[in-house]
Ligand binder design. Structure first.
Ligand code: ATP
Ligand code: LTN
Length: 336
């Protein structure tokens, strides 16, 4: 069966973009694939601006609770916290000796996040994609559902796997499976409500630009009502000319499982007020069952912790033999 791996950083409150762009797809993939989903807390400590030791543990638990609330099913899939398996860090070291300085330096995310920081940039930020490669390759993942911005990281994981196999294994008995990135079919890309030309983001968007998965209905309505649109008044899908309206149309389509064009035809002529109210209602209805389930789960954090402990045990069953195989292939002396 096709194996899937994906991860999300506990770097802020999960938002509508994370839900429509990632989680909806994660949940659907459970139907016919073996899925491994991970809260990647070791990635979240790579930049000091986003790392708050006082809230990291709580955020990690909240993100895992959110994943369960949207429908990640721990019976069918493996859900765990990255730092609960030291194998990820250990495998990163092995890959550090396979990955090249030049290829890491060129990673767009590293270039973006390190810009203007000079020598203050952490080695962890530089090494971020190597840790991500370890996440993916330890589980022999075939498919990695991620946003378009992660494409280079998945290609690097593929290159590392290929290079490792070439240097330390034979074509008949490779150590690592070559993964590929897959993007959600509906290509949901939710934009910031205040600046619809940039994506909604946990760390970069302002509070008003983001709809958190746990926002109360009143707050959602307020944020959508004040979403930036334009002065033309017509409702049609045109990302270049009408980014705000197009974003709201896409959100409405995703939340109601309807087509963008059909919705545009239905609301055009009725004014932005009515349209925005419809979008707000649809989002509120979309989030209601998730929020109810979240509240139930959050009532019993011990149970979520148990689910994560079980997930870590099951993850270890896959990751430990893979890592052993890799160490053996590299010629490291097994413990007697
Ligand atoms: P950060 O600001 O910390 O980078 P983020 O909000 O951009 O966080 P990530 O943790 O980078 O989110 O991404 C988690 C998953 O959610 C990825 O698969 C990513 O593609 C998806 N995702 C994030 N933002 C959006 C968005 N605005 N629209 C659609 N998908 C998104
Ligand atoms: N870098 C990713 C998060 C991430 C990930 C992974 C995604 C860490 N490890 C492994 C897929 C597979 C991000 O920022 N979205």
């Amino acid at each position: 069966m096709t194996r899937v791996f994906s991860g999300m950083q506990p770097s802020g409150d999960p938002h509508l973009g994370n839900l429509l762009g990632a989680w909806v797809n994660w949940v659907a993939m459970q139907e016919d694939r073996e899925c491994v989903y991970c809260v990647v807390d070791l990635h979240a400590i790579t930049s000091p601006a986003e790392h708050d030791p006082a809230t990291l543990a709580a955020r990690t638990l909240e993100l895992a609770t959110g994943m369960l609330a949207v429908g990640v099913d721990p019976q069918r899939s493996i859900l765990f916290v990255q730092s609960h398996l030291h194998e990820h860090a250990e495998c990163t070291w092995l890959f550090n000796c396979v990955a090249g300085f030049g290829e890491l330096r060129k990673m767009p995310q590293f270039k973006e996040k390190s810009e203007g920081k000079g020598d203050a940039v952490s080695v962890g930020l530089f090494d971020y994609p190597v840790l991500q490669a370890a996440d993916i390759l330890l589980y022999h993942a075939d498919e990695v559902p991620v946003g378009e911005d992660q494409r280079h990281h998945i290609e690097l994981a593929r290159d590392i796997a290929q290079r490792f196999n070439h240097r330390f294994a034979t074509p008949e008995a490779p150590v690592f499976t070559l993964p590929k990135a897959v993007h959600p079919p509906a290509a949901a890309r939710v934009m910031d409500l205040q600046d619809p030309t940039v994506k909604m983001s946990k760390s970069a968007s302002s509070e008003k630009g983001i709809i958190s998965v746990l926002d109360e209905p009143k707050r959602i309505e307020k944020k959508i009502k004040s979403a930036v649109t334009d002065s033309a008044g017509d409702i049609r899908h045109d990302r270049a000319a009408k980014p705000g309206v197009s974003n709201l149309l896409e959100i409405l389509a995703a939340a109601t499982h309807r087509e963008v064009d059909e919705l545009a035809a239905e609301y055009d002529g009725g004014g932005y007020g009515t349209f925005k109210l419809a979008v707000a209602e649809a989002v509120i209805e979309l989030l209601r069952p998730i929020q109810d389930r979240y509240a139930e789960l959050a009532d019993d954090p011990g149970e979520v912790q148990r689910v994560l402990a079980d997930g870590a045990d099951r993850a270890r069953e896959v990751a430990v033999p893979t890592l052993q195989h890799a160490k053996q292939a590299m010629g490291l002396l097994p413990r007697g």
